[in-house]
Structure formats: C-alpha cells, structure tokens
Design a protein around this ligand. Structure first.
Ligand code: ADP
Ligand code: ZN
Ligand code: ZN
Length: 733
C-alpha cells in the first residue's frame, strides 16, 4: 500500500489538482482536507489547499510539500461543498475559486488571526497626559477612550474606524494598554418602531420558515424593509444561530452598522473593501469559529463560513455590485441562495425594484413574495412630473422649469438632489472650428471612438474606461484653432452653474471623483445638516442614506440610457429612477420628482410613471420572453482580448467549433452568437471580441460547457491571450 499523496488546489488558471508528497514525517489522512499548506510550484512558493487524497505508485517522484500552515482545516462543511459547486457552475478552476473565497491575508499564507476579544484603555500616564495632548487623531482617540472607560476592538472598529494607527502611536508613548475582555460587552439595545401590519405579516412569515425558504421582500422605498430584516435577525439570534446580511457596496455605512448593533444588542461584524486585510481575515475567522453572530458585508461576504447559520438576507438584491466582473465571476445573490439551500435556512431578498430574474422566480412560485406597498410611518410617496425639454434653452443641461423648481424648494426650506448619471465636467471636448473632439487613444477604434471626459473645468481629460489622464490641449490638434469647448454636461459643470445661481445655500457635489472614502459621504451629509441646500450626484446617491429634509429630486441626463443597445439597460434605468425618486419625501415632508428628458413619450418612462416599477417589469419580462433573453434563456459569454484582433477572433472561432461539436450542432438547444467585437471593442489598447452562448435550458448550457471547456482551455491561443468565461453574464460589455 503506497502512502497517500495530497491532492492540492492551487490558485492557478488550470482546472486540475496537483499531487504532492506530504511534508516530512506526516502521514496524510482525511482530516487534512481543507487545510492550507505551503508548497514549491515551479520556481515559486504557493499556498495550496488540500482537496483530497491520492494513492500514487511508490516510485513516482512527487514534489514534497513544505509544511502545513495550520493544525486544522480553514475550509470545511457546507462552505467547502458549496465552493466545489461554484467551481463546477462557473467552469472555473477549484484552486482559483477557493483562493477567491479566502480572505487575502489567509490566501497569502498568513497565520490564522487571533480572535480573542481584546480591548484598550488609557493607562495612568494616559489619563494624566490627556489634557496636554496636541490636537489630532491620537488625542481624539484618547479622549474617546477616556469617555468609554475601556473599549473592545470590535467597538473600536465600529465607532472609531481607522483607530489602529493612532492607537499604535498612543501605545508607543505608553498612554494606552491592551486588555483582555472577558465577554464582549453587549451594547444597550434600543427598541425599534412597532411593526405595521404589513411588516408584521412579512416578519412572521420569515420567523415561521423552517429549513430552506426563499422570500422576495418586495417593498417600496422607505416601506421599512430594514425593520423586517432586523426582526428576523433578532429571532435568528434568539434561536442561537448566525445571520449573514449582504448589502450593496455603498449601502454599508457606519450609521447602518450602528443601527443594527443598537437594535440587535450584539456586536455586528462588517466586511467591506474599506477594511485592512487583517481586519477582514479576523472577521472571516470569527465567523468560522462561531464568534461572529451577525455579519454584514458587501459582495465578498458571501464567502463567510457560517457553521451555525440561521438566516441570510440580501438587501437591494437587484444591485449590480453583487456581480463580480473579473477573476471568479460569481454573483453573490445567486451564490447566497445556493448556500441557503445547502444550509437549510431561510433567505430574504429585499428590494423596491426586484431584478427581473427574481420576479420571474417569484412568479414561478419558487420564491414566496412578501409585499410592503406603503411607506412606513407618515411618509407619502413622491409626485413624479416629466419636463419636456425639446427646443427649450438649457443651462448646463438644466431647463428653466427645473431651475425654478429648485428655487421654490429651497425657499420652502427643503433640500434638493440633482441626479446626473455622469460625472466630470463635460463628456467631450469639441473644436467649434473643425469638429475635432478628444477621444481616448487607448480605447477607440476608427468605427467607435470613445470620448474622454473633461474634468477640472475643462483643463484635464480623463477616460472613464481605462483611467488614462492627460492635460487638455490648448489648441485644436487638427486645425490649431483655439475654439476648444467642453460639450455636454457632467456633474462638475452642473455644480458650477448651481453654485453661481444659488449663492445663498451650500452646493455639494457627491460622486466618485469627490468622494473616495466611505466616510466622506457621511461628512458631506453632516456638512449640509438639515438646512436648505443642493446635493449633486451620480448613482452613489441613489440609495442608502436617509435624507429626511429632501423634498425635490431633479433627474437629468437619462436620455442616453433610453436608447442603449444593452438588453439590460431598460431594467437598470427603471431601477435607478425608482430608487432615486425614493430619496424624496422620506419623512413627513411630501416629495417631488422632476424628470427632464427629450423623449417624454418613451414607453419606458410612460409605463414607469403611470404604472410604476411592476408595470414596467411585466412589460419588460414579456419582451425578454419574446426575444429569448434572460431570465427566459441562460447566457454565458466567452471573451478574449489582445493587442491585435486576429488571435481573439481565431480563439473564439475555434471555441465555437468545439461548442458546436459537443452540442451536436443542434441550433435548437444552443445558440452561438459571434465571434463579434464586444460592445466596447477596444479598451486600454486591447482589441476585445466575444462569443455569446445561450440556451433555453440551464442544464443544456452547463452540459455543453462542461464537455467543451477542457478542449477550449487546451487551445494553443488560450495561453497567449487574455480570455474569460462569464457564466450568467449580466452585462455584455
Ligand atoms: P427601507 O429599508 O424599506 O427603505 P427602512 O426600514 O429604512 O425602509 O425604513 C424607512 C424609515 O421608516 C426609517 O426611518 C424607519 O425608522 C421608519 N420605519 C420603518 N418601519 C416603521 C414603523 N413600523 N413605524 C414607524 N416608522 C417606521
Ligand atoms: Zn479644430
Ligand atoms: Zn481609455
């Protein structure tokens, strides 16, 4: 009997496992599965995960693993099984899927974090020195600690984000000391509002669920969906189970965490991109050990281990940030549902504008629909009015009626949100003499120029696709004329106009350019307070934050979205409009939404305004059905890109031939479109091609992919160019 070898999953783009001899002195056994170990790979070292055991002939020369990193598996149980499922579903290498699921620090081979609950307090010297400390982050932290007496690191994470650097500074001066906290202090709980009958009905249905039970919580903005989640989570905690809450990237604010913590009375663990690798690893491992009972996180939190799971919530389930657009292209909502099934727990999908996929599942009775049709408390739904701007004089793209409405709202003491789905100063820099305009040299083709966006009042050009920046030319490169002028209107230009017109109120622009940091957004809101003022923003403002004094939402620049080629653009635009409109009149003040367009008769606007989101969704579902598009068909996109278009075209052509071969060339089961240039045919100097693969049955798609992918991976071009397979692609980009 030869000694068993270890089969390792390694983070390399090959769909195989790698056999290694166990480290010296170790006899491999089933208990090794899921453990991390360091191994030589080529000339490098890598961290692998034991995926199984292999018996090998004694004479076959195997490389020897260096050693285990831990004395226990880091991946096991349901998560282990679900990740195997995910690798099969995405037709992706297991090693890459496992590496994606692990927090970066653990992927790199760093030790498992210490999750004992540490805390901090001032030393004697700290108390004495505090009054004399220079103003700054360390002084602020010290003052906060004094007021608290002592604080756990968990509390610090929530109340004092970024506390570690100033704490190190204080510790160096022996002004603070680290302490062990016996039991994490339970914050004072605060009762929420009494649920209204619709909320009560929904919450009770979730409480009554036993085992896997998917719910669509279909509730208009401000209807109190969060209160229903909190009720269900509290019940889950009372049953001694863990809860996972997924939220969109920008929905995870310190205010939201504080609200959860106060209401639930237990520490709430956050997972998002603003944390350090160590913080993420700590939360992940705390969940794996059952220490973290409530985890609230963005897309990657779907990979958190939940040994004692009781509930999964996906807030704003339609949000596009749940889909990963590079690497392992998973969809966090869909994987969360798969996990809920494996874990046999209820899963709640909440939204005011459910995705068509989810509505389709609800219509087919796969999900139970819970409805909240009215706003909670006294808030009234906003009134929506369309302004036809054809032939109207516009200033920075705003119609006179719009400016008048803004003035009126401010005079009545309200706040105004101007929503524009395009940041920057102006979309293009145009020469009035010869018609030349600035295009990105790395993203344009002769047929399809990609404009660069003018920023900084027209002095700087930036490509929003590849990120390249350059100063704007002083004179036209074609005719040497000096008549270069920004055309079109971005948020910067609107800000300029409104600041000049409304000098009596603050005018604050909020977009990715002005708001890099998570807490910056809140600081903008704090600056404004409840006084009259204007916020100008892109979709960052479409959700999340409560702005009780907001009475007018002015929507401009939606016209491009009405005629986009992407089959999902209508759905996305409708969701965006409804979500932005939902910002208005959240509290007791009635709200109004003004929508400015050159296409007041467009069917999407017509249906949305007269019938609401669900009327729109019904029409759109019928169109998708007729056109055999998702959710009535299942898509995968094979993409390839290279400096020259020949290699991607050849690779996708070969792939197409292989797919046709395994599907038996039966066009009734599998449709192949392409190879064709991607909707954005060039980016950052690369020519981009795609092959769209679709099938009426999910099973057909996966059977064909499973048979063809090994041969596609083995194509000679596969090693020479960048390519990817995107199962359930949400965007054809
Ligand atoms: P959603 O998540 O649906 O947008 P929230 O749960 O955030 O809505 O609730 C919107 C607002 O209404 C919040 O300020 C919340 O405190 C309040 N609210 C929710 N439920 C009730 C209720 N039953 N009674 C009074 N106010 C409520
Ligand atoms: Zn010119
Ligand atoms: Zn570019």
């Amino acid at each position: 009997m030869p000694a068993p070898a270890l089969q390792l999953a390694l983070p390399v783009p090959l769909p195989t496992l790698f056999d290694y001899a166990p480290p010296p002195g170790h006899v491999a056994g089933p208990g090794d599965v899921g453990r991390r170990l360091r191994v030589p790979f080529g000339a490098r070292e890598m961290v692998g995960i034991v995926a199984g055991l292999a018996s090998v002939a004694p004479e076959s020369p195997l490389r020897e693993a260096d050693g285990f990193l831990d004395d226990q598996p880091v991946l096991s149980g349901e998560l282990w099984d679900s990740l195997h499922w995910l690798a099969r579903y995405l037709h992706a290498p297991l090693g890459e899927v496992l590496a994606t699921a692990l927090p970066a620090a653990l992927r790199r081979g760093e030790p498992l974090p210490d999750i004992a609950d540490h805390g901090w307090r001032l030393t004697e010297a700290g108390h004495t020195a505090l009054p004399g400390l220079r103003a700054g982050a360390p002084q602020q932290l010290a003052a906060w600690l004094q007021a608290q007496g002592e604080s756990s690191e968990l509390q610090l994470d929530i109340a004092q984000p970024g506390w570690r650097a100033p704490m190190r500074n204080l510790r160096k001066r022996t002004l603070v000391e680290q302490i062990d906290i016996q039991a994490p202090p339970v914050p004072v709980t605060q009762a929420g509002p009494t649920l209204n009958p619709a909320q009560r009905l929904a919450a009770d249905a979730i409480r009554a669920a036993d085992g896997y039970a998917p719910f669509l919580l279909d509730g208009v903005t401000g209807s109190g969906k969060t209160e229903v989640y909190l009720d269900a989570i509290a019940d889950c905690l009372a049953r001694g189970r863990q809860a996972l809450v997924l939220v969109p990237e920008i929905g995870l604010t310190p205010q939201m965490l504080a609200r959860f913590e106060k209401r639930l009375g237990v520490p709430v663990h956050a997972l998002h991109s603003g944390l350090t690798d160590n913080e993420r690893a700590r939360t992940w491992w705390a969940a794996a050990r059952g220490r973290a009972r409530v985890i609230v996180g963005t897309r990657s939190a779907v990979f958190v281990p939940l040994p004692e799971a009781g509930l999964i919530v996906i807030d704003e389930e339609h949000d596009s940030s749940y889909k990963q657009f590079d690497g392992i292209r998973h969809h966090a909502r869909d994987f969360a549902i798969v996990r809920a099934k494996a874990l046999a727990v209820p899963v709640v999908l909440g939204s005011a504008t459910p995705s068509l996929e989810t509505l389709h599942n609800a219509h087919a009775q796969r999900y139970t629909t819970l409805r909240l049709t009215e706003r909670a408390g006294d808030a009234k739904p906003p009134r929506v009015r369309v302004i036809d701007v054809r032939k109207r004089p516009l200033q920075a793209g705003l119609a006179p009626e719009m400016l008048a409405a803004i003035r009126a709202a401010l005079d009545a003491g309200g706040q105004v949100l101007v929503f524009k789905n395009r940041r920057g100063y102006a979309p293009v820099l145009l020469c009035h003499d010869c018609g030349w305009s600035a295009h990105c040299p790395r993203c344009s083709t002769p047929d399809k120029p990609t404009p660069m966006t003018a920023h900084a009042g027209g002095k700087r050009l930036q490509c929003h696709h590849c990120g390249s920046r350059r100063p704007a030319p002083v004179a036209c490169p074609d005719c040497a004329g000096l008549a270069l002028e920004p055309q079109g209107n971005g948020t910067e230009r609107i800000e300029e106009l409104l600041a000049a017109q409304f000098t009596d109120v603050p005018v604050i622009r909020i977009d990715r350019g002005s708001t890099q940091r998570r807490d910056a957004l809140q600081r903008h809101f704090d600056t404004l307070g409840s006084q009259p003022g204007i916020l100008i923003g892109t979709q960052m403002l479409a959700k999340g934050h409560d702005l009780p004094n907001l009475t007018l939402v002015a929507v401009v620049g939606i016209d491009e979205g009405l005629y986009s080629a992407d089959f999902r653009s209508g759905e996305k635009l409708a969701q965006l409009l409804v979500q932005v409109a939902g910002r208005a009149g959240r509290a007791d003040k009635p709200g109004e939404v003004l929508l400015q367009t050159h296409h007041p008769d467009h069917p999407l606007l017509h249906t949305l305004i007269n019938g609401g989101y669900h009327a729109f969704a019904d029409e759109e579902l019928a169109l998708r059905d007729a056109a055999a598009l998702p959710p009535y068909a299942h898509l995968a996109v094979l993409r390839a890109e290279a400096k020259h278009v020949e290699a991607p075209t050849r690779f996708l052509g070969e792939a197409k031939r292989l797919l046709e071969e395994v599907s038996g060339g039966d066009a009734g089961t599998l449709q192949l479109h392409g190879p064709l240039p991607a909707p954005m045919p060039r980016r950052a100097g690369f020519q981009r091609m795609q092959l769209v693969i679709s099938a009426a049955q999910r099973k057909t798609l996966h059977q064909v992919l499973a048979s063809a992918m090994p041969a596609i991976r083995a194509l000679p071009d596969a090693r020479k160019l960048r390519w990817s397979l995107d199962v359930d692609a949400t965007d054809l980009y």
